[in-house]
Design a protein around this ligand. Sequence first.
Ligand SMILES: Cc1cc2nc3c(=O)[nH]c(=O)nc-3n(C[C@H](O)[C@H](O)[C@H](O)COP(=O)(O)OP(=O)(O)OC[C@H]3O[C@@H](n4cnc5c(N)ncnc54)[C@H](O)[C@@H]3O)c2cc1C
Length: 475
Amino acid sequence: MTETLKPDLCAIGGGSGGLSVAAAAAAFGVPVVLIERGKMGGDCLNTGCVPSKALLASAKRAAVMRSGAPFGVTASKIDVDFGKVHDHVQRVIAAIAPTDSAERFAGLGVRVIKGTAKFKDRRTVAVGDIEIRARRFVIATGSTPALPPIPGIDEGPYLTNETVFDLTEQPDRLIIIGAGPIGLEMAQAFRRLGSDVTVLEAAAPLAKDDPECAAIVLDQLEREGVVIRSGVKVIHVKHASSRVSVTYEGASDEETVEGRYLLVATGRKPTTDGLDLAAAGIKYDRAGIAVNKRLKTANRRVYAIGDCAAGQLQFTHAANYHAGLVIRNALFRLPVKVNDDVIPWVTFTEPELAQTGLTEAQARTRGIKMRILRWSYHDNDRAQTERETHGHIKVITTAKGKILGVSIVGAQAGELIAMWTLAIAQGLNIRSLTGIVLPYPTLSEIGKRAAIDYFAPSLTSPWLRRIIAWLRIFG
Ligand SMILES: Cc1cc2nc3c(=O)[nH]c(=O)nc-3n(C[C@H](O)[C@H](O)[C@H](O)COP(=O)(O)OP(=O)(O)OC[C@H]3O[C@@H](n4cnc5c(N)ncnc54)[C@H](O)[C@@H]3O)c2cc1C
């Protein structure tokens, strides 16, 4: 017999976006249903952010142990037990899983349904024998790895983010297609754990980031032994027993690289299969579900958020941010809109690469008359004590000093970017950063030093020169 539910809100997908919607709605006492067909926690917990950062943490331990000599500390021998690395990654997932579990959400008052959601009409979703006629629906079905159309690629086994964290044996040679954040994080992790790694990229690596900052990450990876071939066209993949070979067109000749495993990290495909969006009058294409600035689809009862929504940044915190906007729109009728300029992102290689607000290139495209302020990690005392002097901060302001964007490459860039995200969201002027008292010695001082540089060109008056000199010495 069919059961019919009539909640105020129904979230489809129990990943970062769907869970945030359900938790917030439940906190406001709103009847809410959450539908998940796979594992609660979605990509981020099970096959994305969490396992990738846990693997990088193992790799970092290995790198730290190898690089102790300048500090006067050396380890006689470093062993990597890949089976135990795998166990560490899985234990981290298991430690976080209860927070995202169906049991926890049921305890919050959410009705959790396991199964695949499918629209029946413009206001009904069915999961098996259950029909949900909600006042509002939020689609948060995420994305899956996109497979490039390379001849032979699917004629044998290949890894993606959905399978790479299941490996229990160390690949002697790993080939990665795709030099975006995921490809390069995995490249550094596996290299540091002892694999030979070759990365093939058709365009420029880390193409969405500031090229000057990205170059510092690429330089470090190459120094660690990762082979990066960019601007190459992969011609075909051949699978043999326990081996794979990839042939690509380099600058002049055809070259072939051989490995034990192939990891495909060439972007993401929005998940829309099985939803029957057409039955609900929802428009979508290969880029995802079409939404307006309020994340509403062509059906006014239905929102789409996170990785499945077309044209949106694909990060966990972006999906959380979308969830907050939808709650305000759907429950409180507040006309809030998505603003990508306040969504930071981080590539968790070492050095880390963090971006918030506009990149220099974006500011140029918008025709903004800008100032670019910089400070190097080399000139920071804490960076010197840690021997982490590789990197810099780059701050983009208007001519009058309004902070528009910040790129940081260097140790803990992902932590340092938080302050600047707040500054941009609050529309702060660079002046407010010059007066701030920061603990010494910390990496955060690089930001204050860059801010002080804003005043450097106006040093015609001796009085101003004295102030800047004072700030540089005591600031
Ligand atoms: C290797 C890797 C590393 C990453 N690292 C980071 C990082 O460090 N920081 C960061 O911010 N982001 C990172 N990301 C991106 C982040 O994981 C995603 O942006 C985020 O998970 C998107 O959340 P979502 O809610 O849109 O989708 P998901 O978390 O993927 O959740 C979607 C859920 O919907 C379910 N579903 C799909 N269709 C249906 C249906 N018809 N019915 C019911 N359920 C359905 C799926 O089973 C899934 O559980 C990483 C991604 C990868 C792949």
